[in-house]
Design a protein around this ligand. Structure first.
Ligand SMILES: NC(=O)c1ccc[n+]([C@@H]2O[C@H](COP(=O)([O-])OP(=O)(O)OC[C@H]3O[C@@H](n4cnc5c(N)ncnc54)[C@H](OP(=O)(O)O)[C@@H]3O)[C@@H](O)[C@H]2O)c1
Length: 250
């Protein structure tokens, strides 16, 4: 896989970048001298995160962005357009686990609220930023999914997730995987790929608030797959699913 970086100035928007894997992705891409649009649904927490990265020398612009709101997404496009007429990379990272309810307890409303963030969120943001992405020379979209969205993983009895009974989160990430494949097919000039932050073979995930810091990987390790796909070279792949060790099974 060609991961050679372009020498052109590069811009990236990351959703849910006020903490966790989104923030670490922002830090790492900021270190590469990229312009980082740091999305955060809470402006104050987003600004505090952006200020820390800026103090370290990165070029970071905080973008208030709630992926469940069409108005917020439209306002984010307006703000980004004040700074640039093209966007090289979009990282759809914002996500929620929901309440992790047993299928006996799960309701359509609860599932809908998880889909609003994990499925419709990336659709809202991707659609709204398409014109800016299409204005870039080598646009890339990274969807942050999960091993839990993989049929191969969920049906493997050796994987702990196969014993975890819930509907919303895993099916939302499976939907995100399929959306990514369909986007990749529809837009051959944009690289659309899926990253899962963990190491599927080793049943490891990254310690963040989402899992009450029970993960075995650091956020830096957890973002290896995201950064790899964000920095793909011109002849890199589209429509693939990877973890930090390599290709992941759908
Ligand atoms: N940690 C792992 O190993 C792991 C494994 C598989 C998949 N993932 C995926 O990785 C992504 C990042 O998760 P994380 O582990 O870094 O968890 P995290 O620390 O809880 O971060 C989640 C981020 O998403 C944001 N968010 C949630 N709902 C949002 C909304 N409606 N609009 C905008 N932002 C929203 C959160 O904002 P607030 O701070 O405002 O809540 C937060 O910034 C998620 O998509 C998750 O499903 C993580």
């Amino acid at each position: 896989m060609n991961t050679e970086l372009t020498s052109e100035p590069t811009s990236v928007l990351i959703t849910g970048a006020n903490k966790g894997l989104g923030l670490e992705t922002a830090r790492r891409l900021g270190e590469l001298n990229w312009t980082v649009f740091l999305g955060s649904r809470d402006a104050a927490r987003g600004q505090a995160a952006a200020d820390k990265l800026t103090a370290g020398g990165a070029r970071v612009i905080m973008v208030p962005l709630d992926v469940t709101s069409d108005e917020s997404v439209a306002e984010a496009v307006r703000l980004v357009r004040e700074h640039t007429d093209r966007l090289d990379v979009l990282v759809n990272n914002a996500g929620t686990p929901g309440k992790i309810l047993h299928p006996a307890e799960a309701t359509a409303d609860e599932i809908h609220s998880v889909y609003d963030t994990n499925v419709y969120g990336p659709v809202r943001v991707t659609k709204a930023f398409l014109p800016l992405l299409q204005a870039a020379q080598q646009p890339r979209v990274v969807m942050v999914s999960s091993g839990g969205g993989s049929f191969a993983v969920v049906t493997d009895p050796a994987q702990p997730v196969s014993q975890m009974h819930e509907l919303a989160y895993s099916s939302s990430k499976a939907a995100l995987n399929m959306l990514t494949v369909r986007y990749a097919q529809a837009f051959p000039d944009i690289k659309f790929n899926v990253a899962t932050p963990g190491e599927i073979a080793n049943r490891k995930f990254a310690a963040t608030d989402m899992n009450h810091h029970t993960g075995q990987l650091t956020v830096t390790e957890g973002t290896d797959s995201i950064v790899r796909l964000a920095t793909l070279g011109a002849d890199g792949p589209t429509g693939i699913f990877v973890d930090r060790l390599g290709p992941a099974a759908w």
